[in-house]
Ligand binder design. Structure first.
Ligand code: PMT
Length: 400
């Protein structure tokens, strides 16, 4: 899986930096090409001579070489790599990456990186557990970076707990697992709906919901990173897409989302309907701002919106696959199965408002995937990036 892959290995100032030599050797043995970028603190723990002797390439540390002024381009490294692995990643570097503090070559390379980024934290257990570190890791997850969770065990501080950098063999396993999925969806075209819809009441007000688009955007990135061509139809959200093959179509209302979804569905292999579409819209749109009339109640008549999932379910041809979502507050599985059948879906992803960390706006989700034969797969709470991978695995199985 790693043969011919170009890996930028970022090394920071942690005692676990000694393991980076073994990690480099493992990557080279698997046929990867490795370019080391090391922070000034990293050089205190492992010498560039060791690393350049292993890789056969000069180690990059500063922005230029002092003796001849050769400029090191972080932009070129960002374009060259198939993956960047930061192992070990200290709390300091994690904080800089999460907040864009580009004061060394490693962080500037990270900010220019076009390829997937893997981060293997290494630190003392209390530093790892600190809300500041956890917030920074959550931020990095929300950017689509993959965190290689540290192991629990003896630490350099002589304490015992979670914070040990994952062993190099396991880091390589995770990279191989990632690349084994690559291109599994090449030549497939997937349409994804994401975000909320806004149903206009007057020029300044609308009926909407709390969807942030995070789950739908993670799905789009997951499909694109497996080689699929992706059409992402999204309601109003404050997110941007990272992957160049994602074609983004911005809409506002359920009617607009319906039009675009119907148009796209004709020539795609699959659809993942993650948008929180308003089931109803105001019967009338007031051209002027609705004025307050003191003491009087105001009633708004609502009429049904088109059901996009049900319409696509009716259009579905042999070979096309549709996955829907169900966001429930009660009788979760019963309601989800009902939607699965009524909308002619191939599977449905249930998330419940009763589960902490699941549903709207969070960086995590907890899902159960339900199938037409009443079988189900229950997943623990995970980052939305990882949840997206689990959902795309199911899509991939059905599309093969
Ligand atoms: O965006 P985030 O903040 O990350 O939050 C993610 C999420 C909670 C929005 C997402 O995980 C989710 O659950 N999306 C579906 C929300 C929803 O509207 O569920 P529903 O049970 O009301 O709808 C069932 C299915 O029919 C969904 O696939 C929905 O997209 C679809 N639908 C619903 C109504 C409608 N008029 N047209 C539709 O296509």
């Amino acid at each position: 899986m790693l043969k011919g892959k170009k890996i930028v290995l970022g090394i920071t100032g942690s005692i676990a930096a000694y393991k980076a030599a073994y990690l480099t050797r493992l990557l080279l043995k698997k046929g990867a090409e490795v370019q080391v970028v090391i922070t000034p603190a990293g050089k205190e723990f492992i010498t560039p001579v060791t690393l350049s002797a292993l890789t056969g390439k000069p180690v990059v540390s500063g922005f230029f070489t002092a003796n001849d002024g050769t400029w090191h381009s972080h932009v070129d490294l960002g374009l060259w790599a198939d993956a960047m692995v930061i192992a070990p990643a200290t709390a300091s570097t994690i904080g800089k990456m999460a907040n864009g503090i580009a004061d060394n070559m490693l962080v500037t390379t990270y900010l220019s990186m076009k390829a997937p980024v893997f981060i293997a934290p290494a630190m003392d257990l209390d530093m790892y557990a600190h809300p500041s570190t956890q917030r920074n890791l959550d931020l990095l997850r929300s950017f689509g970076n993959l965190i290689i969770e540290p192991a629990t065990g003896f630490l350099a501080s002589k304490l015992e707990g979670k914070g040990r950098m994952e062993e190099p063999d396991e880091i390589v396993n995770q990279l191989e697992a990632f690349f084994s999925k690559e291109n599994k969806l090449s030549k497939k075209k997937i349409v994804i709906t994401a975000g909320p819809t806004y149903e206009k009441l007057d020029p300044v007000r609308y009926i909407g919901n709390y969807s942030s688009g995070k789950m739908g955007f993670a799905l789009a990135e997951a499909c694109a990173s497996r080689g699929a061509e992706v059409i992402l139809i999204t309601g109003p959200v404050g997110l941007s897409v990272n992957h160049p093959v994602i074609k983004r179509i911005d809409v506002e209302s359920a009617d607009e989302m319906y039009e675009e979804a119907i148009r796209s569905f004709r020539d795609v292999d699959g659809a993942i309907l993650c948008a929180a579409v308003a089931d109803y819209k105001p019967a009338l749109f007031s051209e002027n701002k609705i004025k307050r009339k003191t003491g009087e109640r105001l009633s708004v008549e609502l009429v049904p919106n088109p059901d996009i999932a049900a319409a696509l379910g009716k259009m579905k041809k042999k070979g096309q696959v549709i996955a829907g979502f169900a966001l429930e507050t009660n009788d979760e599985e019963k309601n989800a199965l009902n939607k699965l059948e009524r909308k002619n879906l191939d599977f449905i992803v249930l998330n419940s408002m009763n589960d902490a960390g699941a549903g709207f706006r969070t960086d995590t989700n907890k899902i159960t995937i339900l199938f037409p034969d009443n079988s189900k797969k229950v997943f623990p709470l995970k980052s939305k990036t990882t949840v997206a991978d689990d959902i795309v695995d199911e899509m991939e199985n059905l599309l093969m």
